[in-house]
Design a protein around this ligand. Structure first.
Ligand code: SF4
Length: 374
């Protein structure tokens, strides 16, 4: 089982919190799509032939025209063996999702939409400098539901000024619309973003940890009560709607990442492409892949395993740990996890260690304490 990730590095405008790679000029979009296709052809032997998931991320993949999307699919289907029931996700922003656009996407091989709603409130959207407004957020979902069953939305909590009441209202609207999958992230202040500058200049007050924690608790409680499974720290799905792309990533399956800034993983090596659209295009024009490679050490792989597994419902299986990394790593993990078991932040069920409800909000910190560092 393997997957393809395509990074579409264009956005209409820069969201104030975003540190992903994108350009607000779409001048080179068609040339970049040509090179994205070329990259897939040049690298097709790097992953097992059978493709189970295809994911268009970005940036804003809904900025691709239907001709560009068709060109990409023709390249994929003529160079890879795509499973008949492959999950094919496209990230879309509400302002791109007219009825016509949604119908075009539904007529393409795309079978899952991941829509960047973030909030249903105008003031939050403006503070984050999103390109869409409150009406577009709602209308795009109503229209998407007419053509797609498998829909995910992103919602952000911990926004300055987002009261618990507004946060509950965001979740209520998502539930009323019967969206079957929700990814929800805390608004983090990344380096070199507009948000960081606003805070440095005192134009915006940073959010207290307590707000993050409360809103995370509201999120978990509201969605689990509504029948969603909290299957990964930031992801909630109704039965049959968990993201197969994300699951494959957390289970360490190989994937080929194409496009500027895209990462790839083959089980042992991690590769990442240059985060610059012009340099990416120039390099591919000469049939060179502009990328760096990192050979993962056994410690790196163990640390990644612990970090990703503790964020998911799968947890850390110590037998698997021993088989993949050796007895030394299993002993190390069990010895250090003892403290978290006593504090009831983790629990052990047979061979599997899981984060408890009490420990959920702290899962990244707990994982970091269990890392193996020479
Ligand atoms: S649309 Fe997405 S990728 Fe583009 S700037 Fe906003 S958050 Fe970043």
């Amino acid at each position: 089982m393997s997957g393809i990730y395509l990074h579409i590095p264009f956005c209409k405008q820069a969201c104030h919190y975003c540190d992903f790679h994108f350009s607000t000029s779409t001048r080179k979009k068609s040339r970049l799509v040509d090179m994205l296709c070329r990259e897939m052809i040049l690298r097709k032997s790097e992953i097992p032939a059978s493709i189970e998931t295809i994911y268009f991320g970005g940036g804003t993949p809904s900025l691709l025209s239907s001709e560009e999307l068709q060109q990409i699919f023709e390249t994929i289907f003529s160079n890879f063996q795509v499973a008949e029931d492959a999950e094919i996700t496209l990230e879309a922003n509400p302002d791109d999702l007219s009825e016509e656009k949604i119908a075009q996407l539904a007529a393409s091989p795309v079978n899952r939409l991941s829509i960047g709603v973030q909030s249903f409130f105008e003031d939050d959207l403006q503070l984050m400098n999103r390109a869409h407004n409150e009406t577009e957020a709602l209308e795009s979902l109503q229209a998407a539901k007419k053509h797609f069953e498998n829909i995910s939305i992103d919602l952000i909590y911990g926004i300055p000024g987002l009261t618990d009441e507004k946060w509950k209202e965001n979740l209520k609207i998502a539930l009323e619309l019967e969206i079957p999958h929700i990814s929800s992230y805390a608004l983090t202040i990344e380096a070199d973003t507009a948000l960081e500058k606003f805070i440095e200049k005192g134009k915006l007050q940073p959010v207290e940890d307590e707000q993050y924690r409360r809103q995370f608790d509201i999120l978990v409680q509201t969605l689990t009560q509504a029948g969603f499974e909290h299957y990964e720290f930031s992801n909630y799905g109704k039965t049959g709607f968990h993201s197969r792309n994300n699951m494959a990533y957390w289970l360490g399956k190989p994937y080929l990442g194409v496009g500027p800034s895209a990462h790839s993983f083959d089980g042992k090596q991690r590769k990442w492409n240059i985060s610059n659209n012009s340099l990416y295009i120039n390099s591919l024009e000469m049939e060179k892949i502009p990328q760096e490679t990192e050979e993962l050490s056994i410690n790196d792989r163990y640390n990644e395993y612990v970090m990703t597994r503790l964020r998911t419902k799968f947890g850390v299986n110590v037998l698997e740990l021993e088989q993949d990394f050796g007895r030394k790593y299993r002993d190390y993990f069990e010895r250090n996890a003892e403290n978290f078991l006593q504090q009831e932040l983790m629990l052990r069920s047979d061979l599997v260690y899981l984060i408890t409800k009490k420990g959920k909000f702290l899962s990244d910190g707990i994982a970091a304490d269990l890392f193996y560092i020479d």
